[in-house]
Design a protein around this ligand. Sequence first.
Ligand SMILES: NC(=O)c1ccc[n+]([C@@H]2O[C@H](COP(=O)([O-])OP(=O)(O)OC[C@H]3O[C@@H](n4cnc5c(N)ncnc54)[C@H](O)[C@@H]3O)[C@@H](O)[C@H]2O)c1
Length: 380
Amino acid sequence: MSDKQLRIGLIGTGFMGRAHSNAYRKAPNFFELGMEPVLQAVCARSDGAAAAFAKKWGFASSETDWKALIARDDIDAVDICTPNDSHKEIALAAAAAGKVIMCEKPLARTAAEGQEMVDAVEKAGVANTVWYNYRRVPAVTLAKQLIDDGRLGRIYHYRAQFLQDWTIATDVPQGGAGTWRLDAAAAGSGVTGDLLAHCIDTAMWLNGKIGTVSAMTETFVKERMHSDSGKVEPVGIDDACAFLCRFDNGSMGIFESTRYARGHKALYTFEINGEHASIRWDLHDLHRLEYFDHRDESITRGWRSIHVTDGDMPYMDKWWVPGLQIGYEHSFVHQFADFVTGLAKGETVGPTFQDAQVTQQVCESVLASGKDGSWHDVAE
Ligand SMILES: NC(=O)c1ccc[n+]([C@@H]2O[C@H](COP(=O)([O-])OP(=O)(O)OC[C@H]3O[C@@H](n4cnc5c(N)ncnc54)[C@H](O)[C@@H]3O)[C@@H](O)[C@H]2O)c1
């Protein structure tokens, strides 16, 4: 490792704050980054929470105001792990201060906000990335490799689902810690920005751009108590969304996401059908890639379940020995490692803000179609 340092300021200490802190710590042990990540400062809204998080994860200092964190000269990179309504303001300030920016997905609440963020990082010339981490699950990266090798041939179909069931109870509130995802003002949208954004990012990475969409959205529980006001208020998010699309390569897509699929906690799956071969992946079995190749000898032809653990498979030479699998947290380690390695070499590593903005535009078209019931071209 070089003695060049990347001094990180993390904002937000919830689910993603923990996942990212774990990644900063593990990446240099397993990857040659060319730069040393330094856990310089963490920002939470209360003094106690910030100091406790700093102690637990090994940050050198803590702040309670993200503006103070960005103003510090000893911070090189800002990592935005707060709810979606703060991404734009923090990113604009970080770009103006010349910081490297890592931002959680979705990039923003709307495509208009996302565009301001893209313009800001481009104007400032700062390196940037958005944490669409599923690209870096080794089995998903292997799927990309197989597609890019042409093994599937022409692609006809892409289908993806992301299913959960945690908001079925009508007494789940909207707004506030833990339930800000149900508050349209904080989240921007419901399952479209939260879950389908992941599916869309993976899909466009694997199968190219989406040109047109036709969607159906539903809000099953129309009113919920708002944690901030204490009053029952209309719900503005999409509880469920299903959409059809056409990719620019001529293939057809079908996507579905809901938080009302009883029995499913985080079932992200996709399947791609090509002329010669098909691929299928399931987050609950994330270290496996299912593969069917019609060119196999007919008497043994069938779906193979590839255990993605061998050293010649993506990322796996960095971990244990063949046969031993890794999990969810490693997708963040991989994204961080790739991004920092790129930074050290002066190379751009996706997904960038611009890449995430294309996903934002698809989400926006999906939501617009869900409202008016017609096909929408994805605006650029
Ligand atoms: N890549 C993924 O798979 C993935 C998974 C979950 C969440 N996310 C994204 O990560 C972001 C955060 O989600 P989460 O699940 O970690 O949420 P969370 O509710 O667990 O954590 C959010 C944190 O932000 C803090 N926060 C809010 N406003 C703040 C402020 N002004 N200053 C400092 N801290 C502030 C909260 O106190 C909390 O610690 C969201 O944009 C979400 O969409 C991405």
